[in-house]
Design a protein around this ligand. Sequence first.
Ligand code: MRU
Length: 354
Amino acid sequence: MNTASHDTVRALEWRDEGLYLLDQRLLPGQEQYVCCTDAAAVAQAITDMVVRGAPAIGVAAGYGAALAGAAAWRTHGAGWQAGMAEDMDTLRRSRPTAVNLAWALARMETCASRLPEDEDPASALLAEAHAIHAEDVAANQRMGRSGAGLIQPGSGVLTHCNTGSLATGGLGTALGVIRTAWADGRIERVFADETRPWLQGARLTAWELAADGIPVELLADGAAAALMRTGQVHWAIVGADRIAANGDVANKIGTYAVALAARQHGVRFMVVAPTSTIDPETATGEQIPIETRDAREVLYAGGQRVAPKAEGVGAWNPVFDVTPAELVDVIVTERGVVHQPDADGMARLLEGAG
Ligand code: MRU
């Protein structure tokens, strides 16, 4: 049994002054917090990737909505419910793919709609945002435990992007499983794709694992298939930004390639996500909106231009892709696991039959 601390990093923290976010654009070089005191600042922080990762975006949006309600009461008094609508739209538009954002905002709106019009909603909305945060922490723990139980002792695992404490309220999703399985002594080696272009794997996952004393070997994304061919990886374990009703999974660009290579090489493919990431309104992955970001994220690396500055040199930069459900061996959620996911299995999970 390993005795590392396994969970030492916090991406978001509510304090009296507002929402403190660890600025993930600066990691691993600098640990600096940004304090957001209004909803617009939270939305901008989400768009700019100060905070990122589907569950963390949802938690941040919850606090953003609480700030919106408090500001609307100060400005509009009894008209606060209508008064917060614009801020809610700004938050909703901050990033398109992770459904946890819309899920958290819908939950905050339901909470707001049940509050009296003539009372300051600040403390009730803040309590709801804290509940979303606390539930994510608890979901991480449950997923960590059930996902780890699927991993045979002596396994090698490969992960993609960052799905740890920086991407959630707590232990992480895929990285929560890896942390738990490592603590159980089930995992022998952890491999992490560097995750171009934003380098979530190299900058964030390696930083989190190092803080917990868990050794990690980074690889260029293009090396994943070759690694799997060597037989050193038994599970590819990833998170998700949105899971469609049929089990198709949107996650960080490159995940689909990992899933294809995993199937080819007999490596099992696990997706770990809270049920707030499942979108029953989206029938298949085809309908999931995929965010495209600035071409400069690809044309530059570490602030230096790596592509020639020449006419006709551009970039295609979708930041998520969709892995079809048939390539997924198991989806692990806090409410149970779905093996070989399809529409029936996902519906049973959401109905509570797991
Ligand atoms: O663009 P990002 O860094 O927000 O993308 C994050 C991912 O794709 C993660 O894998 C996903 O949100 C799951 S995090 C628990």
